[in-house]
Design a protein around this ligand. Structure first.
Ligand code: UFG
Length: 333
């Protein structure tokens, strides 16, 4: 019951790992990506690749027909929280409005299943940790709002047009493919582990620690870091579930359900290095909730998901090894 899958944003960080997970388990895959943030270097050579934007309806409809697409995994979008605050129109445009066009093409093309990249940012700064799926949706930035609006569109459209959907709310995605076929490229990185491995490989002088006066044990923010390949596995299982249960939708947090502080993450990376990374204590970054940890009981119940890399040592090691490989790739091109 495997159908051809269109992966939007398949040249991006998480999308490219989903492409690998799908291919590794025998699914036919095609990619659409406008390369605004993605890169061809993480796209396997034998995967049909369409360069373009998901808002280009005629292009998407052509791909759906050419590749006989039965399901879409939708990763394409903008993801930098502070940028969403200064340029909300770009976020509502690239995330919400572009997805409206994608759903329109999907409905016209008879796509039966859509799996969507949502985010823990839909919860804003939750009062209770871990946060579960039924908690109040109260985004504190346009990024989270743009993703929540897309969830609403999918809920209404699935009911009206007869496809089913899954929205996976990611916590802090990190690490890289164990075989180093992909990893984070990061033009202008903002994510902690990416910045830390850039410092570890001499591209930065130090890591800023944004806030050490939070109400947490060591004063720094707590997050639930999930390995990108475990997340990709969850997508494949979720897609299978959408196909097996066409009358049901999925709304699932994706995290391990355990929190680590900024300092604990930096300590884990230091243990892999000869010399520790320099840290500079800085004021809090705007819009950061003190703690964000996934309640993942629903994920564990809905899918036969067994995380393979639930361990911060593995996550930072894979991120570091990928960063070193990326240097050699970039030096060669
Ligand atoms: N941090 C630093 N120094 C840095 C970068 C980050 O101290 O150089 C801290 C942040 O302040 C935060 C933690 O590390 O406390 C994690 O920050 P990231 O930028 O790596 O990730 P976020 O938690 O801000 O963002 C993630 C996802 C978003 C999602 C958000 C939900 O990347 O897509 O969680 O809150 F919206």
């Amino acid at each position: 019951s495997k159908v051809p899958v269109l992966v939007t944003g398949g040249a991006g960080y998480i999308g490219s790992h989903a492409v690998l997970a799908l291919k590794d388990s025998g699914w036919p895959v095609a990619i659409i990506d406008d390369l605004s943030n993605g890169s061809r270097i993480v796209v396997p050579g034998d995967v049909p690749f369409y360069e373009g934007n998901i808002a280009d309806r005629s292009l998407v409809e052509r791909i759906l027909a050419e590749q006989k697409i039965g399901a879409i995994m939708h990763f394409a979008g903008s993801i930098v929280v502070p940028e969403s605050v200064t340029n909300p129109l770009a976020y509502y445009g690239n995330n919400t409005v572009a997805t409206h066009a994608l759903i329109s093409a999907a409905v016209a093309g008879g796509v039966r299943h859509i799996l969507f990249s949502s985010t823990a940012a839909v919860y804003g700064a939750p009062e209770t940790i871990p946060v579960d799926e039924d908690a109040a949706k109260a985004p504190i930035n346009p990024y989270g709002a743009s993703k929540l609006m897309t969830e609403w569109m999918l809920a209404d459209c699935s009911a009206a047009y007869g496809f089913n959907y899954g929205a996976l709310r990611y916590f802090n995605v990190s690490g890289a493919d164990r075989e180093l076929r992909s990893g984070q490229i990061g033009k202008g990185s903002t994510h902690l582990i990416k910045i830390a491995v850039e410092a570890a490989t001499g591209k930065r002088d130090h890591v800023d620690v944004f806030g050490s006066d939070y109400p947490t044990p060591d004063g720094t923010c707590i997050r639930d870091y999930i390995h990108v390949s475990d997340l990709a596995d969850a997508h494949v299982l979720a897609l299978q579930r959408l196909i097996d249960a066409p009358d049901e939708n999925l709304l699932l947090n994706c995290g391990y359900g355990r929190g680590l502080s900024v300092l604990e993450v930096l300590d884990a990376l230091d243990r892999q290095l000869n010399e520790p990374i320099r840290r500079e204590m800085k004021p809090r970054r705007a819009g950061d909730p003190p703690a964000l940890v996934a309640g993942n009981a629903r994920l564990l119940k809905a899918l036969a998901w067994t995380p393979r890399f639930n361990d911060i040592e593995t996550i930072v090691r894979d991120a570091l090894e990928w960063e070193r490989k990326l240097e050699t790739i970039q030096a060669a091109t």
